[in-house]
Design a protein around this ligand. Structure first.
Ligand code: MN
Length: 129
């Protein structure tokens, strides 16, 4: 498999989740950036211009839907695909993530065997715009 070279920002409050996903994606060749707060997320986006953002929905300071909406409200960032990552499996959750401007939706626990496939699919979608 060809090495991936994309930049991924993972917004997540849970340290263990960040360590796990960093390990998986760095092994695939991605460059990983992380944030656990809104301020950090905007700093990482501004500094590193990620190709894709993985967005945890349940965070103590703010929910990922609200943060996604704030990112998508900025013209310079709205083209970055945001994938919602959530353990919420309630009805309407997918609609809510799409309504907030998320480009996709994956369920926790993250299936690391298909994560890169999902990331590449959303990157491809962006490249075709
Ligand atoms: Mn969380």
């Amino acid at each position: 498999m060809a090495e991936k070279t994309g930049k991924v920002l993972y917004v997540e409050d849970n340290f263990e989740n960040r360590v796990l996903i960093r390990r998986v994606l760095e092994a695939e060749g991605y460059q990983m950036f992380e944030a656990s707060t809104e301020d950090e997320a905007f700093r990482q986006i501004g500094d590193h211009h990620p190709d894709i953002i993985l967005m945890d929905i349940n965070m103590p300071d703010m929910d990922g839907y609200t943060l996604t909406a704030k990112i998508k409200a900025k013209p310079e960032y709205k083209g970055i695909p945001v994938i919602a990552v959530t353990a919420n499996v309630m009805r309407g959750d997918k609609e809510r993530s799409l309504g907030a401007g998320c480009d996709g939706y994956i369920q926790k626990p993250i299936d690391v065997d298909i994560l890169t496939e999902q990331i590449e699919r959303y990157r491809l979608k962006k490249d075709n715009l």
